[in-house]
Design a protein around this ligand. Structure first.
Ligand SMILES: NC(=O)c1ccc[n+]([C@@H]2O[C@H](COP(=O)([O-])OP(=O)(O)OC[C@H]3O[C@@H](n4cnc5c(N)ncnc54)[C@H](OP(=O)(O)O)[C@@H]3O)[C@@H](O)[C@H]2O)c1
Length: 321
């Protein structure tokens, strides 16, 4: 079969023939891959930097996808394997890590949306006791996951959603997705943090895709302007696109009811993720989320791997085009 194959962690995957995989375990089955999303998590898998990496090479990148079982059933699945992934014509899946899709599901939209959408969906439903009517800030709302978070927070009943990010065009597009207000993070970093303090001091939840300096700088301006600092603020660390560490000021934890936690593989069990998939798939299939998918033939993997992605779109590799 053809697959994208990573031979060294510092090079882009090569599109080449790879020995056809064989299912071995009792729940394993070989599927035809129809679509697989190129998520930031896949980049860190392919360059060996993700915290789950085992450094094993060669590897086929890709952590999830939409495929067809030998009996014709369409499924969304996450890979059981850390080094034989979904950027291939076929993949071995563990049926226990798959959910059936209806025939009207759009494979490209599901493959594009599930990973970015599940980041906020799972965080709000599994990591905190999120209540309809609560207010929420999305830090990094101009990214694909951030755009999903804005929409999902509204779907789950948030009374106010504030989207913060750098890209002016995408920031401008957030109100159409449901954002009640936007905050630009462009320009002087201190001024950006103060703008966040002004706009978001009354939120109950922060969904943070940035971490690093932007998060570090924003914590005190937001907390210190709260009308009631004993009201809980849950800061959910989901991505670290602006840096892997952020210094949390001790005063933030003492002088406000400030809860810092994360959401991802490990803090939520695989069973927990799987339990959330059907409801999220229903939402995507019903067209309730705007999905920014950009289908690309898998044979182009080497050309698009390092190319900048336009307009917050999510590339989806399709082996059959
Ligand atoms: N834990 C989970 O369950 C989970 C699930 C999905 C994603 N994630 C993580 O969440 C993060 C975002 O994912 P994504 O899907 O939204 O990625 P994406 O679509 O590639 O978007 C990333 C965005 O980050 C912004 N950005 C990059 N560097 C920045 C900086 N220094 N300061 C401010 N903004 C910066 C850029 O927005 P501008 O163009 O506005 O600068 C970019 O559009 C990634 O780290 C990803 O691995 C985690």
């Amino acid at each position: 079969m053809y697959a994208a194959v990573v031979h060294t962690f510092d090079s882009v995957p090569n599109y080449e023939i790879f020995d056809l995989l064989q299912p071995s375990g009792k729940n394993e089955v070989l599927v035809d891959v129809l679509a697989a999303g190129f998520h930031p998590r896949v980049r860190s898998q392919a360059n060996g930097s993700h915290y789950t990496s085992t450094n094993q090479l060669p590897l086929i990148p890709g952590i999830d996808g939409v495929g067809r079982l030998p009996d014709g059933q369409l499924v969304y699945f996450v890979t059981p394997d850390k080094f034989l992934g979904t950027f291939a014509e076929k993949a071995v899946i563990d049926l226990r890590r798959s959910v059936p899709l209806t025939e009207n599901a759009n494979p490209i939209n599901i493959a594009a949306a599930m990973n970015p959408a599940m980041s906020s969906w799972v965080a709000l439903r599994r990591r905190i006791d999120f209540q309809p009517g609560q207010k929420l800030l999305v830090l990094g709302a101009t990214g694909n996951s951030g755009q999903m978070a804005v929409q999902i927070a509204k779907l789950l009943g948030a009374s106010q959603v504030i989207g913060a990010g750098r890209d002016p065009e995408r920031l401008e597009s957030l109100p159409a997705l449901g954002a009640d207000a936007t905050v630009s993070l462009a320009g002087d970093p201190k001024e950006a943090a103060n703008r966040l303090g002004q706009a978001a001091s009354e939120v109950d939840v922060v969904i943070d895709y940035l971490w690093g300096k932007p998060a570090e700088r924003a914590m005190l301006p937001i907390l210190m302007k709260r009308s009631d600092r004993s009201r809980k603020l849950s800061w959910i660390q989901i991505g670290s696109i602006a840096g892997p560490t952020a210094a949390v000021p001790s005063v933030a934890l003492r002088s406000a009811n400030f809860q810092v936690l994360g959401s991802g593989q490990g803090s939520v069990t695989t069973a927990g993720y799987l339990a959330e998939f059907p409801a999220l798939i229903d939402v995507i299939t019903a067209g309730k989320l705007k999905v920014n998918a950009s289908p690309v033939p898998l044979s182009e993997v080497g050309n698009v791997w390092r190319a900048p992605v336009k307009n917050g779109k999510r590339i989806v590799f399709v082996p059959t085009i």
